[in-house]
Design a protein around this ligand. Structure first.
Ligand SMILES: Cc1cc2nc3c(=O)[nH]c(=O)nc-3n(C[C@H](O)[C@H](O)[C@H](O)COP(=O)(O)OP(=O)(O)OC[C@H]3O[C@@H](n4cnc5c(N)ncnc54)[C@H](O)[C@@H]3O)c2cc1C
Length: 529
């Protein structure tokens, strides 16, 4: 019999660990993670978590800011839940030992970020994510959660329309096996690695979204990919572009052309603190206009000691690359950063497939709408993970009625990831057009066919990024308007009839083929070799 647990979590970032730590009191929790425990976007988050603590702040302002930035597509009920439940969970992290930056009066030191009307970003200097990851890993250990590294979830096991576990690859032994669970929780993070220039670490290949799509789950709003305006030009660390947090502009950093002219006031009255999509497109426009490969972000007018103390990671990292940010500007470019779309879930984080939950960046709760407000993602991940943990208590035990063993069903997939990245950077970036999207679609649809059948043991990530690229392109082609993060040259304005989510589901025809996956049988019932 395959291994069986109560709750199977895929992913050890803020979403997976928050859930695991809280659900452990209701049953046995196993967390699978495809690399090392701390390899996650969470670990690299710099800016912080948005939550209402400021004296001049109130929930209604945080709700208003989130909805304004989301440009008409935010789910208001979900936003209200996130804003209401967030502060308690931030306090909880603090009580667990998270060393947030504090004022001398013992209150959180609140930072300012773009799109926020108040200072409300709780942070641990500029290594907030690392601190949260550390505390949650400790918390999970204390709660008795078992975390296994180097195990890559490949596909969802479906029985009678319900999710009953996953197929996974042990990266060390190269064996594929099954784990069954009463509830399966996808917390696999973002999709940034589908692009060449991304702030996301190599784990961010959209695996959870691709797996969910293959079994027919509802996927929403994949066209809304957030590009962070300020990744350091030409510097990659462990496969990701190094990010300069928005908080640096919150403290007075100024964007300038390569020739040294500040430009943000031309694009928004909020100047350097305009929402990310506005700033990212402004940077790209200035780069195209002046034919330069980057723009500059200047903090050299701020006190050197303040910079070193407030942004130690950014200061040290840039210095290692020969840029002393206390004296000279930083060359920056926009880079793929965050996916607002994902597996569509309800207010308990349940997907459209029974017993399958989705949390964090791989989910689409609707709180971000067409654009994410800075520092709302760590918050969203914690809030809905906590709600899912309260929900799974009520889940019944599964009864397995058919075979679940995998025999030699595996295939060798081609490695297409570099081609996919090039196609996405070239055609599906910040400024889109029908022609470019169609060009990308032709290429990606061709790749997609290569992965139609079989579990692909090698290059599983190519298989998943192909699905993600397809979802982003198809959703982008569907939305014939410009809204939030999605900008189309042919349709430069918002249009009323697009005031709705883009929902994508695998077609019946494709699903029929995928159904043969777990059994290793051809459609005529004979076994494959
Ligand atoms: C550089 C950077 C800075 C950021 N700064 C901020 C910020 O200041 N504030 C903010 O709110 N947000 C920020 N974000 C966004 C935020 O960090 C992420 O949205 C959030 O951490 C996502 O958490 P998660 O738990 O959903 O996913 P992650 O933290 O990415 O964790 C995903 C986990 O899933 C695992 N996994 C993936 N696929 C598989 C598979 N097939 N099998 C097994 N395991 C798998 C990974 O190994 C990893 O453990 C930042 C993001 C980046 C990249």
């Amino acid at each position: 019999m395959p291994m069986q647990v109560d709750f199977l979590v895929v992913g050890s970032g803020i979403a997976g660990l928050t859930f695991a730590t809280k659900a452990a009191r209701f049953g046995r929790v196993l967390v699978l993670t495809k690399k090392r425990k701390a390899d996650s976007s969470t670990n690299y988050a710099q800016g912080g978590i948005a939550a209402v603590f400021g004296e001049n702040d109130a929930r209604k302002y945080h709700v208003q800011d989130t909805i304004r930035v989301g440009e008409g597509l935010c789910n208001k009920e979900m936003v209200a839940i996130m804003v209401r439940d967030g502060p308690k969970l931030v306090q909880e992290l603090h009580s667990m030992g998270c060393r947030f930056s504090m004022n001398s009066n013992g209150k959180f030191n609140l930072a300012q970020e773009g799109g926020h009307s108040r200072r409300r970003i709780v942070h641990a200097k500029d290594y907030t994510g690392q601190e949260i990851e550390r505390v949650l890993l400790e918390g999970a250990k204390k709660a008795g959660v078992n975390i296994t590294e180097n195990e890559i979830a490949l596909d969802i096991v479906i029985q009678n329309g319900e999710c009953v576990g996953i197929y996974y690859l042990d990266a060390d032994t190269r064996q594929i096996d099954v784990i069954l669970a009463n509830a399966t929780i996808l917390a696999t993070g973002g999709i940034g690695q589908v692009y060449q220039h991304t702030t996301n670490p190599p784990i961010a290949t959209g695996d959870g979204i691709a797996m969910a799509y293959r079994v027919g789950a509802k996927i929403a709003n994949m066209e809304f990919v957030q590009f962070h305006p300020t990744a350091v030009y030409n510097i990659k660390i462990d496969g990701r572009s190094f990010l300069i947090s928005e908080a640096i502009r919150g403290e007075g950093g100024v964007l300038k052309t390569k020739a040294g002219a500040p430009f943000m006031k031309k694009y928004s009255p909020a100047g350097n603190l305009a929402p990310r999509d506005v700033v990212a497109r402004a940077c790209l426009t200035e780069m195209l206009y002046a034919n330069t490969k980057y723009v500059l972000l200047d903090v050299s007018h701020l006190e050197a000691d303040f910079i070193k103390n407030r942004f130690p990671t950014i200061y040290e990292t840039c210095l290692n690359w020969g840029i002393d940010i206390t004296r000279e500007p930083i060359p920056v470019v926009p880079a793929a950063h965050y996916s607002c779309g994902g597996i569509s879930v309800n207010k308990w984080a349940e997907s459209s497939i029974p017993r399958m939950f989705a949390l964090g960046e791989c989910s689409c709760t609707g709180v971000h709408g067409a654009n994410r407000l800075a520092s709302n993602s760590l918050l969203e991940a914690m809030v809905f993970a906590s709600r899912a943990a309260a929900r799974v208590n009520k889940i019944s035990d599964i009864k397995i009625t058919g075979p679940t063993r995998i025999e030699k069903t595996t295939k060798i997939g081609p490695n297409l990831i570099f081609q996919i990245k090039e196609i996405m950077d070239e055609n599906v970036g910040l400024i889109r057009s029908e022609k470019k999207l169609h060009d990308a679609k032709t290429a990606i649809d061709g790749f997609y066919k290569l992965f139609e059948e079989g579990i692909h043991i090698t290059n599983a990530e190519s298989r998943n990024t192909t699905v993600i690229a397809k979802l982003v392109i198809d959703s982008a082609l569907n939305r014939k308007e410009s809204r939030g993060l999605h900008y189309m040259l042919e349709y430069p304005r918002k249009r009323r009839n697009f005031m709705k989510d883009t929902i994508t589901r695998i077609s019946k025809q494709e699903k029929k083929i995928k159904k043969t996956l777990p059994t290793n049988r051809k459609r005529d019932g004979t076994r494959r070799n």
